[in-house]
Design a protein around this ligand. Structure first.
Ligand SMILES: Nc1nc2c(ncn2[C@@H]2O[C@H](COP(=O)(O)OP(=O)(O)OP(=O)(O)O)[C@@H](O)[C@H]2O)c(=O)[nH]1
Length: 470
């Protein structure tokens, strides 16, 4: 859950960061205006006119004209200037005349710059426009007069109309004094002018300023829209990630359960052929684990069964007998009854001594197998040692055990072939008894049966004697 809260917070923070970076209000505030492009263009125009005036003022013929005052010299120079500069009007004004005719619009006392609007032009119309500049003519340290140059700039209107202004309202103002101005050109939505104060950009080399009102969207509304879109997207994204997470978690849980099942099955020693998993990554390692487990469990079972069996006769060994006897002894208090028969092969030593140890081994092995074949599946047969065996009859009272012992004696083969050609007549003696809840120890029934066996041996062998519990 914390993971998804963090994801949601990250998304919201990202949204705010992206909004801050791309916010239109921020851009409007940080860029002093695409109006500057127009400003640079107008300033470039003014600079060019100034440069032309400077070149004319430094020209030797201009200096000669103003120094000599020779009219034909001045006319020639004016003609040259008109020939070279289209759309200009030129005044070459000697210094004495400047001083004597102050106030004349075409004779100016000092260097200055101003725009002149054509007499019929409305500020917003594409009227002819011109720029007038004055440049002193100097020789050494002596000022000889002024060059007054008026340059027509008809393309200013085109510039004003076509240069980028991505929104807002722009005025080109000509200042005639501090705080007083005339609007020379205007562009954009004038209704924006009623809002906040304009951003003013002075145009170098001219008496002009650009006044700009930006059309900035209301940040609160923009932020709200932005936030809503991002919120919806982030909630959708979070929901998708959450669903994916739940699906994956279920898959992984199921796969882990398969592993847990495998481990449980290994403990119970019953491994299945396969275990279902969802994720391909789990398939191969789990299949390998299943194979290993099957091998291990198989081996384990083999080892356990070997450990519980007598290697020669393949019936249970003495240790298994003790365990089984202990288990049954505990059930006596619940009213269950069990009997046992102890068996000893007669004259076994004779077989060993006459036919050899291998023949004796064969007799033990064949006798064990014969017992298993002729007893019930529920009966428990063990070899206690040497040629001595014991059969436990679970849930069998002593009289029934007597019947079973007789049946066994009747059914066991009379002759066994121990080694090729060596035949042995099988005889055995038995002692029967029963387990009793009054017995203070597990082996008391075995002791009674052993006593009965001894009686059978003493009685001439090949018989079964019975000794019930007291
Ligand atoms: N071949 C073989 N002999 C064994 C084995 N274990 C014990 N014996 C021998 O079995 C003989 C046991 O004989 P006993 O049961 O005492 O004598 P018996 O000849 O059977 O006499 P009764 O029981 O009185 O009939 C001994 O000679 C042991 O050495 C075994 O695993 N293999």
């Amino acid at each position: 859950m914390a993971l998804f809260a963090a994801l949601e917070i990250t998304l919201v923070l990202t949204m705010l960061a992206v909004y801050w970076v791309s916010s239109p209000a921020r851009h409007a505030a940080s860029a002093p205006g695409e109006g500057l492009v127009i400003a640079q263009q107008i300033e470039g125009l003014a600079h060019d006119v100034h440069q032309t005036a400077k070149l004319i003022a430094r020209h030797p013929q201009t200096i000669a004209c103003l120094k000599s005052g020779a009219e034909d010299l001045c006319r020639n120079q004016a003609a040259n200037i008109y020939a070279l500069n289209e759309g200009v009007q030129i005044f070459l004004v000697p210094e004495q005349r400047v001083n004597s005719q102050a106030g004349d619009a075409s004779v100016l006392p000092e260097a200055y710059t101003r725009f002149v609007v054509g007499p019929d032009a409305h500020p917003t119309a594409a009227a002819s426009m011109s720029l007038t500049v004055s440049e002193p003519v100097v020789e050494g340290t002596t000022q000889l007069g002024h060059v007054i140059l008026t340059q027509a700039v008809p393309h200013l209107q085109d510039l004003f109309d076509t240069l980028p202004l991505p929104g807002g309202y722009l005025e080109l103002r000509q200042y005639t004094g501090p705080g007083t101005y005339t609007v020379v050109r205007r562009r954009g939505d004038e209704s924006l002018k009623t809002g906040s104060a304009a951003q003013e950009i002075a145009l170098a080399g001219t008496p002009w300023k650009l006044a700009l009102w930006k059309d900035s969207p209301r940040p609160a509304i923009a932020l709200l829209t932005y936030f809503t879109v991002w919120l919806v997207l982030s909630v959708l994204l979070t929901a998708m990630v959450w669903l994916l997470y739940l699906r994956l978690r279920t898959w992984i849980n199921e796969d882990l359960n398969a592993i847990v099942n495998l481990v449980t099955d290994i403990r119970r020693q019953r491994v299945r052929s396969s275990y279902h998993v969802n994720l391909a990554e789990f398939e191969k390692p789990l299949a390998m684990l299943v194979k290993l487990a099957q091998l291990t469990v198989g081996k384990q079972k083999e080892v356990e069964s070997q450990a519980s069996l007598d290697h020669l006769s393949q019936v249970y060994n003495r240790r298994s007998f003790d365990v089984r006897q202990g288990e049954l002894f505990k059930t006596l208090q619940q009213g269950q009854v069990h009997s046992l028969l102890i068996i000893d092969i007669d004259n076994f030593k004779y077989v060993n001594d006459t036919y050899g140890h291998d023949a004796g081994d064969q007799l033990i092995a064949q006798f064990g197998q014969a017992l298993k074949v002729h007893l019930r599946a529920s009966d428990f047969v063990a070899r206690l040692g040497g040629d001595e065996f014991c059969v436990i009859f679970p849930n069998t009272p002593l009289p029934r055990a007597v019947e079973l012992a007789e049946r066994l004696r009747a059914n066991l083969p009379a002759v066994l072939e121990l080694t090729p050609g060596v035949l042995h007549r099988l005889n055995w003696s038995g002692g029967l008894s029963e387990y009793s809840p009054k017995d203070s120890a597990e082996n008391m029934a075995l002791i009674r049966a052993d006593g009965a066996l001894l009686e059978a041996k003493r009685g001439g062998r090949n018989m079964t004697r019975i000794k019930a519990a007291a």
